[in-house]
Design a protein around this ligand. Structure first.
Ligand code: ANZ
Ligand code: ZN
Length: 527
């Protein structure tokens, strides 16, 4: 026994012993002394991002993991703890721009450094199962998973509104927009519509919400946050009829206050709404206004606090119940990504609409009376504090009904006319996974003039990411790299097709996949 703990000696000796015995290699079918299979346990902490340096946060994290591993092992479990690198993403691209090196080179050097720092800690990792998400053998399965989801309709392609930096020619994440400008270029950010890929997480909204109720022992704030994030709203979706270009059409809106439908004095469209674009064709002033709306914030929080701005279109739709003419406006406070991208304007009972109507001198029509209170159009009053004391007024056959009864009656009448029905809306958005960048999993899609967007056949996976490109900040280098882009269409065989140039920000998928692969649920060919 030494009377002083000399870590270099003691630990090096212990670690050499473990290495010799390959002590932490996980054996798939380990048995106990009586040859009975040991129960399996998979312990995995989040894989580190290879930034270049291990920090104390990593050490703390993986030490906790290590303690768990050792306790479980002593209790007779067959435990597996893999390690790997969450190696794709933006920091590597930014470092590459700064230093003029390829992200692959930078990333792999960092991995080597961090591994050299991590190994002397003597953590019980099975290094034989080490993975890096930027390795083709790994992201192949990421692409495979994406194709499976595409097949099932869980992944899909659609046009999305993104923050666009016109100087760097790239899409920015919300946190890269600072005071409406790109973090690198300082250019005023625009909102642009760009086709991208999505995961249909909204399909699981109700299931998520339900399961949240079953989570015992979680702090109530966390549950509330999750609930708000899912944001379930019950309301009515209906259309205002109009005629345009010789066609009878409906301008759809989603409202949680159908009881106020007789108080509608305008309809407001998001700047990106197709009808706004159509009306702007014959109206240069409107077109200019829409362009201006596209500049600046795209987040919901920003839109909520922004000065309300709008423009009348001179176009009218018909009120679905009263038949009155209602003017259509474009308003910067209407989000394209929520509901129908259009709202029925009820300035008497909605604060945003009130502000808007005050600014542009639009009519304010009271249709809800609250017992014991006097309505005024002078200043906004929180009118809808208490459902119980409110009832419809100036609303014809709905007068006297409370919120519940009025909503039911109005929804039924709209339904009878074929104009609408009750609807559940979620704030939760489908998850956009394409990033229009370079250092990520190539999305396995090929664009053909004749066939459109064609999935890469499974046998042709992985679609390899060229590793030698150096981004310079002006968009993805893939977009200019012909050896990658040019290919044959896998469906019709025609040359001159082009690979998807956007990478997929499939990080969360990567982690799911990681768990699946390491736990031994392989792909179709058993890998
Ligand atoms: C008329 C109305 C009258 C509304 C009233 C509210 C109060 P939640 O509860 O969050 O789901 N809305 C609908 N789509 C919108 C969009 N794309 N951008 C901005 N606002 C939108 O909110 C639903 C309410 O948000 C809807 O109900 C609509 O305004 C507005 F006294 O319709 B309401
Ligand atoms: Zn084709």
């Amino acid at each position: 026994m030494h009377d002083k703990y000399e870590p270099q000696q003691v630990e090096a000796a212990a670690q050499a012993h473990w290495r010799e015995r390959d002590a932490y290699r996980a054996i798939e079918h380990a048995t106990d002394a009586d040859r009975r299979p040991k129960p399996k346990f998979y312990v995995c902490s989040m894989l580190p991002y290879p930034s270049g340096k291990l920090h104390m946060g990593h050490v703390r994290n993986y030490t906790l993991n290590d303690v768990l591993y050792r306790i479980l092992r002593m209790r007779g479990f067959n435990v597996m703890t893999p390690m790997g690198w969450d190696a794709f993403g933006l920091p590597a691209e930014n470092a590459a721009i700064d230093k003029g090196v390829a992200p692959a080179e930078w990333t792999r050097a960092n991995i080597a450094d961090m591994k050299a720092q991590m190994q002397p800690l003597g953590l019980a990792f099975d290094w034989s199962r080490e993975v890096a998400t930027c390795d083709a053998g790994y992201y192949k399965w990421n692409q495979w998973l994406f194709l499976k989801m595409l097949e099932r309709g869980i992944a899909y392609r659609a046009t999305q509104v993104v923050n666009w930096d016109p100087v760097d020619q790239t899409v920015l994440a919300n946190e890269q927009v600072i005071d409406g400008r790109g973090w690198r270029s300082g250019a005023v950010v625009e909102r642009r519509e760009i086709p991208g890929y999505y995961l249909r997480i909204t399909q699981y909204a109700d299931e998520l919400l339900e399961s949240l109720g079953k989570l015992d022992g979680w702090p109530p704030q966390v549950r509330a946050m999750q609930e708000n994030w899912i944001g379930r709203s019950v309301g009515v979706n209906f259309g205002f009829p109009y005629e345009l270009d010789g066609q009878q059409q409906l301008l759809r809106v989603f409202t949680t206050r159908a009881d106020t439908i007789c108080g509608v004095t305008f309809v407001a469209l998001a700047a990106e709404h197709p009808l706004a674009a159509r009306l702007a064709r014959d109206n240069p002033r409107l077109a200019a206004f829409i362009d201006e709306c596209r500049k600046g914030a795209a987040t919901e929080a920003d839109l909520a606090t922004m000065d309300k701005k709008g423009m009348a279109t001179g176009f009218f739709v018909e009120h679905p119940l009263t038949g009155e003419r209602v003017e259509v406006w474009v308003g910067n406070y209407v989000l394209m990504g929520y509901g129908e991208g259009a709202v029925m304007g009820v300035p008497a009972h909605d604060e945003r609409d009130f502000e808007f109507a005050k600014k542009y001198g639009l009519a304010i029509k009271q249709v809800i009376a609250v017992a014991g209170e006097t309505f005024s159009t002078e200043a906004w009053q929180e009118w809808y504090a208490d459902k119980q004391r409110g009832a419809c007024v100036h609303s014809g056959r709905y007068d006297g009904l409370d919120y519940e009864a009025a909503t039911d009656a109005i929804a039924a009448d709209l339904k009878a006319k074929g104009l609408g029905d009750k609807q559940v809306q979620y704030r939760l958005r489908d998850w956009g996974i394409s990033r229009q960048r370079y250092w990520g999993t190539p999305i396995p899609i090929i664009h053909c003039d004749s066939c459109g967007a064609v999935p890469v056949p499974e046998k042709d996976l992985p679609v390899l990411l060229p590793e030698n490109l150096v981004p310079d900040g002006s968009g993805s280098p893939l977009a200019k790299y012909e050896p990658f882009l040019k290919c044959r269409c896998p469906r019709c065989g025609k040359a001159g097709a082009a690979r998807e140039r956007h990478d997929g920000h499939l990080r969360r998928l990567e982690l799911v996949l990681h768990a699946l692969l390491l736990a031994g649920c392989g792909g179709p060919d058993g890998r």
